[in-house]
Design a protein around this ligand. Structure first.
Ligand code: SAM
Length: 368
């Protein structure tokens, strides 16, 4: 393997060990509760790819078990020996008190933790009542038969899955037709496994993206550098990526709130984006797509009836009652443009006067 390839996969696999902050989980989850206070009532929630001892997901749902009216919480961990990078202490002192604790399986097996309506009554604090139920037969790989069986038993699947297996993870959920809420990279929007589902309104972005997710916990040994690294109020080591989003098929209110836009003439006159103000690129017809270029979401004209190319971050503001998603640039997937692409063109990326623009999604206003 080439040296660079090694480094790339190392970087990728390290990202698999980014852990989610409690406050970020809380901020996102509150939005679903605001929309429907019974969203999790009588539901079994599965938290796979977790490490219940360290995971804020497990802690968060245990603390809210009664408030949410949950039926059962299931959380599974991935064996330390199977992880590409181990940042955490291998031994878990907390589990040593469990009657099923087996030191010989600690590093090689995944673990299954549960909390239900009966067991929550056994301890004064709900988090203490989360118990190590048993070791899994295998390492806790979400693709295994035993974890897939837990998936089938669950109503909702919630986690921050390994970034390097994101596509497989989403497919694993969709194959079982489950409700879910997961974290992914912003670029996942245009994956061939993701975009068609967004276009068909089967899945959508959660409440927040980018800075809304304020950073991930990285364990000791992960080098912190640059302005994007810090220690949070709990003393946890944080890297902020500004590159992530929540993806879901749970309803939330924000996506049903239409946004008010100016007319094309107003935008041309009052545009606040200096890089495009007065430039021919603004609203130019693409060389190779039957659509016009809208370089910023806030510049979508309210009075244009044709197809517009917008940045992928538009989806953060997407209201399906207001806009129809027509497609995306062919560079993201064959056939994605829904016939808008000039197939004689040598570029699958959209161009204006020969100059390539970044990834674009094609939309149009819904007819009133
Ligand atoms: C991005 S981290 C998130 C951890 C935790 N869910 C959280 O948000 O704090 C993903 C976790 O999945 C684990 N993992 C990696 N590959 C896995 C697999 N094939 N099956 C299950 N878990 C896996 C990683 O070791 C890591 O602990």
């Amino acid at each position: 393997m080439a040296k660079n390839e090694n480094l790339n996969s190392a970087a990728k696999n390290k990202n698999d060990e980014f852990y989610t902050q409690f406050d970020d989980i809380q901020r996102e989850l509150n939005c679903y509760l605001d929309y429907d206070k019974n969203v999790f009532r009588d539901k079994t929630i599965l938290l796979p790819c977790d490490d219940p001892v360290y995971s804020n997901f497990t802690k968060f749902f245990a603390l809210n078990f009664d408030f949410y009216g949950l039926k059962k919480l299931i959380s599974t961990s991935y064996a330390p020996n199977s992880k590409k990078f181990i940042f955490q202490p291998m031994a878990n002192l907390f589990d040593e008190e469990s009657p099923v604790f087996d030191a010989s399986k600690e590093n090689s097996h995944g673990k299954l933790y549960t909390l239900d309506r009966e067991s929550i009554k056994t301890k004064p604090y709900p988090v203490d009542a989360v118990k190590l139920d048993r070791y899994l037969d295998g390492d806790g790989d979400f693709r295994s038969k035993e974890v897939s069986k837990l998936r089938d038993e669950a109503d909702v699947i919630i986690t921050n899955p390994p970034f390097s297996l994101f596509r497989q993870f989403l497919k694993w959920i969709m194959d079982a037709n489950k409700k879910f809420l997961i974290i992914g990279n912003i670029n996942c929007i245009t994956y061939s496994e993701v975009f068609p589902l967004i276009k068909e309104n089967k899945i959508w972005l959660g409440h927040g993206m980018g800075r809304w997710i304020s950073g991930f916990i990285v364990p000791e040994g992960y080098e912190l550098y640059g302005t994007e690294a810090r220690i949070n109020k709990y003393g946890e080591r944080i890297v902020a990526t500004n590159q992530c989003l929540w993806l879901t098929n749970l309803e939330q209110g924000k996506r049903h709130r239409p946004i008010t836009f100016n007319t094309m003439a107003e935008n041309i006159k009052f545009c606040r984006h200096k890089d495009v103000k007065g430039k021919s690129i603004l609203y130019a017809k693409y060389d190779n797509y039957d659509a016009i270029e809208v370089p910023y979401t806030d510049l979508i004209p309210c009075d244009y009836e044709g197809v517009m190319g917008v940045p992928i971050t538009f989806l953060d503001k997407y209201c399906p009652e207001q806009f129809e998603i027509v497609g995306a640039t062919e560079s993201e997937g064959k056939g994605f443009s829904n016939g808008l692409w000039d197939s004689d063109s040598t570029s699958a990326q959209a161009t204006v006067n020969g100059k390539k623009v970044y990834k674009r999604i094609f939309i149009r206003h819904r007819q009133k």
